[in-house]
Design a protein around this ligand. Sequence first.
Ligand SMILES: C[S@@+](CC[C@H](N)C(=O)[O-])C[C@H]1O[C@@H](n2cnc3c(N)ncnc32)[C@H](O)[C@@H]1O
Ligand code: SF4
Length: 342
Amino acid sequence: MEFERAASVAPAPLVDPFGRTIQYLRVSVTDRCDFRCVYCMAEDMTFLPKQDLLTLEELDRLCSAFVAKGVRKLRLTGGEPLVRRGIMTLVESLARHLATGALEELTLTTNGSQLTRFADALAACGVRRINVSLDTLDPDKFRAVTRWGDLSKVLAGIDAAQQAGLAVKINAVALKGVNEDEIAPMLEWAHGRGMDFTLIEVMPLGDVGEGRLDQYLPLSLVRARLAERYTLTEIDHRTGGPARYMRVEETGGRLGFITPMTHNFCESCNRVRLTCTGTLYMCLGQEDAADLRTPLRASEGNEALYAAIDAAIARKPKGHDFIIDRRHQRPAVARHMSVTGG
Ligand SMILES: C[S@@+](CC[C@H](N)C(=O)[O-])C[C@H]1O[C@@H](n2cnc3c(N)ncnc32)[C@H](O)[C@@H]1O
Ligand code: SF4
């Protein structure tokens, strides 16, 4: 009987109007960052006033509401998630859902700058894999791309993560004229260390103070160039994300392509994105959003929150429609990637 009662109050799972079950929540825990990557932020970014941020307890409650509604994978991102003060308290607390089996994976995307401090603690909480964003292995270029970053700290962070037993995937944004000639050496470096390597097309999100056409390098071109040098075999490795994977026969490693510009992967989209102010974006490339902070704060119970989440998922759009060409150099949406979380 106890069981029946629990089942009757269990919130319904999240299925959108196109029949996609939402099982993946990405949470931007802060919009701040210790880098200013040229494709992500303008140098003089204005950040949210600290009092607008959800507390770590509120973020925990919101994430846990999504877990109760069937989310199986949580990714913390940002901004830089590891610069949010007290972030490990949130990770430790969310790890309880791993222990119960409600959550399959708790992970994060990071620029790696703080990993020497946090890698062991993350592994101890049950984090198994992380994504580290790294666009170049050249210290000067690294400084130019990130404006503020120090490559040696990131490399030390990657060492620390691997030593802690975390599987590391390297994500690089393909940037015209910047890291074009480094893609093959980076791939060899990553695979040589047992790390997957994924390339991302630059997306027109937010004004970054320079033209997107100058940055945009289609991955179809990169792939054709790599295929002249390597044997690329399609594999059906899936991580629940938008990457399509190939095996590079010469290195034995995996190479992923995330191609929001040249290929639309929206049909299998299983994710939504939560900002650090409690706004839910149902699509990275669309403006529509739902305010979850108000229902969260309105009562201690979760009924209003569940209803707001259901209403938001019922509006999840079919997909995005990014274009970068001579006539479309303006952002497709005004907010930066650091707001919604990459
Ligand atoms: C916004 S960052 C947040 C997490 C962390 N700071 C990091 O850099 O990994 C997440 C990912 O988004 C990518 N990114 C940022 N702006 C982008 C854009 N305009 N187009 C494509 N990828 C972008 C970054 O390269 C990074 O891999
Ligand atoms: S890509 Fe990540 S590291 Fe770079 S500025 Fe954006 S949030 Fe920061």
